[in-house]
Design a protein around this ligand. Sequence first.
Ligand SMILES: [Zn+2]
Ligand SMILES: [Zn+2]
Length: 364
Amino acid sequence: MREIEAAVVRGSEEHTIEQLQLDDPEPGEVLVDIRATGVCHTDFHAYTSDDTDFPIVLGHEGAGIVEAVGEDVSTVEPGDSVVLWVLPSCGECQYCRSGRPYLCQRRRDVRGRMMDGTHRLHRGNESINHFYAQSSFATMSVVPERQVVPIESDVPHEIAALLGCGVTTGIGSVLNIAEVESGSTVAVFGCGGVGAGTILAASAVSAGTIVAVDLDTETLDTMEDIGATHTVDASSNDPVERVRELTSGVDYAFECIGNPATIRQAVDTLGPGGTTVITGTSASKSIELDLGAFTKGISVIGNIVGFTQPQIDIPRYISMYKNGDLPLEEILSNSFRLDELDDAFAALGEGGDIKNVIEFEPGP
Ligand SMILES: [Zn+2]
Ligand SMILES: [Zn+2]
């Protein structure tokens, strides 16, 4: 057992930095000294929701150094540099066995706990809930081995942390889901972490035209720096009209915010045979589509974490970063300390910040 420091959320928008006890890793689990962790809208949503399982330690985009491993762990050892992946998966169901761990249904049953239904986080007799079996807003985490991906030690942890969730969701939407070809035309609606990952990957595969659509001009400037060939400020333009003027209908439209009106716009910008990939939708929302679009052979695909197989894809994206094909450093906006979590959450709503991280001092 270790004493750790963590940001414990005890009610909607109430957190304190507390000393907690973290159990040793169980078989198949890894203890990680967290060095950096991304701050994501998913954390903020849980922080501000009344529906979260309090008390909880949030954080699900961690990177750090392996401190210890439980029994039966074979892919990492103490001292390894690692990225922590967001989604737990069982490794045994039909989806996990067919290379689609993002569809694993078992993780839905383990809300607030590790995959075996128990807790590693405690404060005295009180159990503290886990977030995505990771809870990386803490100096150390215990994480299932299936979510721990070894990387080269020379990759800065603040860069590695960008690959734990949203940015990889964007990269995977281009490389794994749409399989965008060189020379094709692409529109990206909403340029936060997912949208930025989408533009980085579209640029990496040499898409011919990449149109970034957002409401914030500072964000659009950054998108030009990372590969957008055109930008559309949707606060002062009709994005469908502008994208159609620029491209006469795109091959791929990526909707990266899960907003019904924007999803409709993305579909409406497609040319014949075009594909829309939508991210971040929820069951309570719906859209109306003109079915005539389907007579032109369009597709609409739901994006779950970029169809990522973390052990295969994250090392691939790290290599692309090292080759200069994915300049992830361009989308790292600001770094905070754990005791500045409020500021880090406030920055999520500000224009211009693409990805922010919390960084930790190396442990003793
Ligand atoms: Zn996330
Ligand atoms: Zn599974």
